[in-house]
Design a protein around this ligand. Structure first.
Ligand SMILES: Cc1ncc(COP(=O)(O)O)c(C=O)c1O
Length: 459
């Protein structure tokens, strides 16, 4: 076991004439940072990019636990996995179909590979929260663009909404396209029946899961999962391109510890589900705030809606932080996401419930203009990978309607672009961005020009 080996080695008298340069010396002297366990590819410790020893064993265990043929360790988050998977599943210049609510790493991958993206707009709830991707819409696009090679979908979304991956994968395969699912937020799905069925088990060709998001694993740890041997080989080549050649042994051993926890944690997941069920039952009595729900959803994501109250999601998050010392994951104009995991305690749920019921008693019903948040697909003048062919001019954002953006604009989190390079800034999109800004959401653009101005194309 890698973790045990690291512990044993840290106690040994072997002198390190090798990297890392801290030489296992705790420069802070307080034992808080794990210098002693931070090794590199020395004799007996295997090599992530050519694994055939203790690191390979971790991958094999992961494949067994996730019930797939191949699981590749990632130490650069789902981001590294997405870049590697998209490169493995496409050829330069291919046409791909991307669900518009994909994370920015998918757009970056498409740009790096010079791909031609078509987009599919998932269903919308009216308060800036995307619903599921319609299999019928996927079919329509694949019929319209017969050369689409890869379909990329986020399921679950940041808010826990899942799509019908079974149906979508059948449709993709019938049109000779592969399906890659960004399942970054669904690493916990196999561990209780109350969660949706994992993507690869429903027929997706591959999926990426972020262990660090919803399971007890250190930040940056993730896995690429597939049952396809050829893809697994390509993933292995491409993770070596997109990830560091000095992968952290601490992160890899954290994956191993997480897997070992998962093997023995069925009852912990049962308790987690009990806590969630009780929380949803109790919050049904709230008068103004409410909990988002829909079919085929990860109940572990608590999405607290403020859309019918005098509070913006951002204000609610501020109150929870300042008055209750509860830090939430993300706030938007009309909702707040509180992320939970198997490591949450009954006390944690109780604190959140009490805080919400007090806040609920003190707020009132108000008409908010959240329907402004329905997003549309703007007209496209060129693909994002062509943006460097255009001369950039800076335009004040309040005068940018009708211009063609050279930047991505998104709120982070969740990092889903509202506009991508090459698209026209319609009045509706600008309205939606301004609505978010007025409600305290920080809108970022890729060149950091927002909210004041934006690089647009001189046409
Ligand atoms: C849906 C989704 N995919 C991918 C990522 C990237 O994941 P990571 O931070 O593990 O690189 C994120 C990050 O928030 C995300 O929300």
């Amino acid at each position: 076991m890698l973790y045990k080996k690291l512990i044993e080695y840290s106690k040994s008298s072997v002198y390190p004439f090798h990297m890392p340069g801290h030489k296992r010396f705790d420069i802070n002297g307080d034992g808080k940072l794990p210098y002693k366990l931070d090794l590199t590819e020395i004799y007996g410790f295997d090599d992530l990019h050519n694994a055939n020893g203790c690191i390979r064993d971790i991958g094999d265990t992961a494949a067994q636990i996730y019930n797939v043929d191949y699981a590749l360790l990632l130490i650069n988050g789902a981001t590294g996995g997405i870049l590697s998977a998209v490169r493995s599943m496409t050829k330069r210049g291919d046409r791909v179909l991307i669900a518009r609510n994909c994370h920015k790493s998918v757009y970056n991958a498409a740009e790096l590979m010079g791909l031609k993206p078509e987009y599919i707009l998932p269903g919308q709830t009216g308060f800036g929260l995307f619903g599921s991707v319609s299999p019928g819409e996927v079919e329509k696009k694949l019929t319209e663009f017969k050369d689409i090679k890869l379909v990329i979908i986020t399921s679950p979304t940041y808010e826990g909404v899942c799509s019908d991956i079974g149906k979508i994968s059948e449709i993709c395969h019938a049109h000779n396209a592969m399906l890659f699912v960004d399942e970054a937020h669904g690493a916990h799905f196999p561990f209780n029946e109350a969660f949706p069925v994992p993507a690869v088990h429903q027929g997706a060709d591959a999926a990426v899961i972020s262990l660090h998001k919803t399971l007890p694993s250190l930040t940056q740890t993730a896995l690429l999962l597939t049952n396809n041997n050829t893809l697994a080989e390509k993933f292995s080549l491409n993770t070596a391109v997109f990830e560091t050649s000095s992968p952290s042994y601490i992160l890899m051993s954290s994956i191993e510890c997480c897997l070992s926890y998962l093997k023995n944690s069925r009852t912990a997941f049962d308790e987690y589900i009990d806590n969630l069920t009780l929380f949803y039952k109790r919050t049904k009595t709230l008068k103004h705030l409410s909990l988002f729900d829909c079919d085929n959803r990860d109940i572990g994501k608590l999405v607290i809606l403020t859309d019918k109250t005098n509070l913006s999601g951002h204000q609610l998050a501020g109150i929870l932080r300042k008055e209750y010392q509860l830090e939430t994951e993300m706030s938007s104009a009309d909702y707040v996401i509180a992320m939970t995991s198997v490591c949450d305690t009954a006390e944690g749920f109780e604190r959140l419930y009490k805080a919400l019921s007090e806040i609920d008693n003190n707020c009132f019903t108000a008409e908010r203009k959240s329907n402004r948040l329905n997003v549309e697909l703007p007209p496209r003048r060129f693909f994002p990978c062509e943006k460097d062919d255009y001369k950039a001019v800076k335009k004040s954002f309040d005068k940018a309607v009708g211009c063609v953006s050279l930047e991505y604009i998104f709120a982070y989190p969740p990092g889903i672009p509202l506009i991508v390079p090459g698209e026209v800034l319609t009045e509706k999109i600008c309205d939606c961005i301004n609505y978010q800004i007025r409600n305290g959401v920080e809108m970022i653009s890729s060149e950091k020009n927002m909210p004041h101005c934006l690089s647009v194309a001189e046409l």
